[in-house]
Structures are given as structure tokens and as C-alpha cells.
Design a protein. Sequence first.
Length: 410
Amino acid sequence: MGQAAVSASHTLKNIEWMWQSNPNPWSESEPVEWSHYSDLETLIIEGAYSTKQPHAILDDYYIDFKQKLQISNIDSNKQRPIKRVQRKRDDKHLREERFMDLPAGAGRSFSGEYGWVSPFIIEVRRGLGLQPDQLPSKDPQLIPMLVEKAAQGIITEAIHIRKQREAEKLAEVLLEKKNKKMKEVWQCCAYMYTLESFLYKTINAAMRLIGDKDHEEVWRSKVGTLGPFCLLLWDDPYNTKATIEKTLYRGANLKPEQIAAYEEMVKHKYEYRSFQAYTSCSRNRKKAEEFGNTLFIMDVLYAFIADLSSLSEYADEEEELVTPGVCFRVKNVKFDQGKNQHLINLELRQRFSTKNKTCIQNQKQAEQPDDDYRSYSTTTTSQYPNTTTSTPTGSTIYMNKPLIVTRIQK
């Protein structure tokens, strides 16, 4: 794969832009501090600089290249020095917010089990009037429409959080692929997702609310705007086979009651939960365990996971993306006294159609997705064939009988 999916003008190359961030940048006594602009801001600034424009316009500031200043769009007296430097990312740690925040809503650290297609993706498909098997990877005629809707949706969402300029840059990058094949479109979407920007944060903040009745209207309100991009990212034409026998890592800061909930799940071997958002993990344990009081050790039994490292501006993070709907059970919870860190061992698996639980084909094309998902309910259980129980967090767990796995020989 690689970054050939995006034009050279839309990659960060070997350049970084920085702004002087100590409280008073004009003080001669304060120690000088410098902070990096975000990836999207850097793309905007470098794009203007390389085309010899006098200014680069950001959402809150503009850059005056001649004076080498960042100047507020509201108050021109608010100014800070800037500088352009050679990029050095070969020894960077993992981005803390990307690899450490909880993979579910704040009220709980996991969501009830659904089908292997996320409720969010299903609602996107329904909202677009598509049939269950209508995907851009199978029907290329859908690509221009989805790319346009994805670009506009990103801009619409960004306006609410005052990130319109950044969103317009993302839309520009994506719209260049409007008439390309799905593999190139997906690479572009994956690259956009790896950037340090509002995009991945906004998407996951919404999707992690799935299963929370108090916030159902919130995530549903994002289906029309963020949905088309999520569908393009979900419909990965490269990973048509499930990943097996791989271990991934993710750090977290958990409260005692959250750790206790995981300890309780260890007692129930066949209880499964699911990640409803895209979840960034690393193949590098050493880097992942640098953050938080807890390290998730995720043993992948079989699940659809995308290796983003070759597409990312942060290749050393060794990022792998767990797709929405992947389920997990808790194998054990331990405490490493030497590192003063809880170790939570998860087993990840894809929940396929109940018609085919005894034979895992590892191919999306061989599976016809169920166009439905279990409602997240603690009161209505008669519609479900499996028994239910409650966790200390007050949410419902669906109890599945043992799953017999037969791997198809290559």
C-alpha cells in the first residue's frame, strides 16, 4: 500500500511547523517553549508556503510568512513567532490520546454484543437506501456519491467545533479520489484517519455511545454526516480475510470499579462484549505500556483488523485498527507489581451469523451479514435466544454457548 494513495502535496513529508507556546513569547526571561501544529494545520501551512502565498489561513489564526508570525483572526495584537523545521518522528512515542483513551463511553468501558456489522454502519446503509450487500467495493458506481457525501459530512461536523478550515483540507484530499477505484479510496480514508486531527476523535466519540440509551440520539445524529466516511473506511477491500493469531496492545487509565467489572467478566467464560468504535492498537507492547495504569493485551482469535502502519505518518506506532463490531471476552486480569500496572488479557473474535457459528470462513464475501442487531436493553430479553445477566456497570451481557472454531486450511 503506502502513501501513494495521497498526492505528495497532501503528505507531511519531512517538514514540521511550530509555534512558540510559552506564556509570554516576547519575554526575555521566560524559557522558550515550542509546540507543533496539528497534522492538518501543518498540511494547510506547508501547502500555502510551498505555493508562495503570503498567508496560510487556519481556523483561529493566520500565518504571516514574511513576518514569521501566527496572528489571531479575532485580535491582531495576539501574535506568536513560528518556525519551519525538519521533521523528526523516528523516535516518537505513541500518541497518548489516540492509543490510551477508553475504547467505549465514559460510563462503561465496553458495550453489549451486537452482530458483526456495527449498528452505526447498518444505520448508514439504511440512511443511504442501500441493500445489505450494496458496498462500494462491490458496486463502484457508489464511490463518487459516497465520497461527495463523506467530504460534505466532514465539513458539516467541523463547523460545530470551529474546525472548518481543517475539514476543508480533508475534503480536498478525499475529493481527489472521487473517480478512483475503491482500493485507492480506502487507502486515502485510512490515511486521513491516521492523521492527528478532529476526525478520528469525533467519529469515535459518537460511535462509543452505541448501547447508551441516554445518548442514542447523539450517535444517530452523526449517521448522516460522519456515516459515509465510516462506511468507506469500514469497507476495506484489502482485508477480506479475518486476522488470526496476533497480539495487540492498548493502554488505558481505569478506575477501580472498571477494573472490578473486568475481573467479574473473567468468571463468565462465554460472556462477550464488543467495541463499537474504531479502536487503535499497537503491535508494540513496550510503547503501549508507557501510558496509563492498565495495559490491554488483546489476543486476536479471528477478527477483521486493518494494519495502518504503511499508510500512517506515524509508522513507528505500528498501528492496527480494530473495526467496529469486533467482540471480546476477558481471559484474565493480573497486576504487575514491578510496573505498577494492571494487565487485562482479552480474546478478540468476530461474531458471524448464527447460522455459521461452527465454521469460520475468514472471508467477508462468503458471509451474508444479518441486517439487524440486538437492541441494547436491560429489560426486554424474550426476543433473544440466549440468556442474559447484568454486570456491576448495570448493562446487559448476552451469554453465548461455546463456539467451535474450524479454521480453513490455505
